[in-house]
Ligand binder design. Sequence first.
Ligand SMILES: C[S@@+](CC[C@H](N)C(=O)[O-])C[C@H]1O[C@@H](n2cnc3c(N)ncnc32)[C@H](O)[C@@H]1O
Length: 296
Amino acid sequence: MIDFTNKTLLYISTKIENKLIQNNRISFAIENPDLELNNRSYKTWVNLAEIYFCKMLTPKVIDNKLVEITFKKLNRENSFHSTPITNQLEKYGTDSKFFDINKNEEPTFLNAYKRALESVKIQNRRYILDLGINKGDEFELIQQLIDKDTFDSMQLIGVDHAQTALDYAKKRFPKDNVKFYNHDINRLEELKLQKSDLIISIGTLQTPNINYKPFLMSLVQEYLTDNGAFILGFPNSRWIDNELIYGAKAPNYPYSEMSLLYNDVIFAKKYLQQKRFRVTITGREYIFLTATRIRI
Ligand SMILES: C[S@@+](CC[C@H](N)C(=O)[O-])C[C@H]1O[C@@H](n2cnc3c(N)ncnc32)[C@H](O)[C@@H]1O
C-alpha cells in the first residue's frame, strides 16, 4: 500500500492526482489522526478528497499508529449539471437529479441559511415571497425554526415554473397561508402580489433566463415593504454524485472560478446599500446576502 507517512502535502497531492488519472480509487496509509502528535486531522483528508472530486470511504485502522484511507472518484455524470434537458421548465422538476438534493441537510448551507433567517428576525415577518421555491425546502426550515402559531399567521408565497416541484411542495404545506404559483418570475407583476416584508431567492436569480440586475432593482422598488428584507443565496458549488462540492463552475474554465459570482453578489450589496439596507455576506458552498433596512 502507498505510504503517506512523513510526506509533505505537495508530495501526497501530486501522487493522488497522478494515480487518479488511471484509477477510480486510491488507498494509502497515514499516521492515525487521533494521535496527539499528528497535526493532520481527518479534515485534511476530507478536503483533499473533495479537491480531487472523490469521496473518502470509512477509514480502516491498520494498527495503533496507522490508518488506511481510500478515496473513490465521484461519478461526475451523476449530476443535474450534466443531465440533458428536454423540458426547460422542468429542469428542476420531480424527475430531475436536482430534486433528490436536500440542502437543509448540508451543514454549511443549513448554518448560513438559518443565520440569515435569524438576522432578518423571521418570527416578525408576515408576508414572505420566495422566488424559485421548487419543492419548498426554504419554507421547511422557516416552519422548523418558529412556533406553529407564528408560522400559521404568516402568508408565504412561492413562485416557480416547475409544475411537478410545485405539486410536491403543495402536498408538503397543505395550508391556506402557504400558496404556490406556477408562473414565470420575469412576469411577476401579473400575479398582482401585495408587497412582501421578506423576499427569499436561492440559486435562482442567476439563471440565464432572468435579467439579474434590473430584476433585482425592480424587486426592491416594487415588491418590498418599507421595512422589507432580502435573503439571496448564490451557489458557490456544484452537486456531483450526491455530494456538495465547493466552488462555482464557470464557463471556459476547467476549475472553479468565482468572478461571475462575486460580480453578482457585489452588485446586490452596493445597490442595496445605496437604498439604505444593512447588508451582510456569509456562507461557503452557498453565499448568502442578507439585507435589512436601516432605520432612520
Ligand atoms: C436551482 S433551482 C433552486 C431551487 C430552490 N430555491 C433551491 O435552492 O433548492 C432554481 C429554481 O428556479 C426555478 N426557475 C428558474 N427560472 C424561473 C423563472 N423564470 N420563473 C419561475 N421559476 C424559475 C426553477 O424551476 C427552479 O425550481
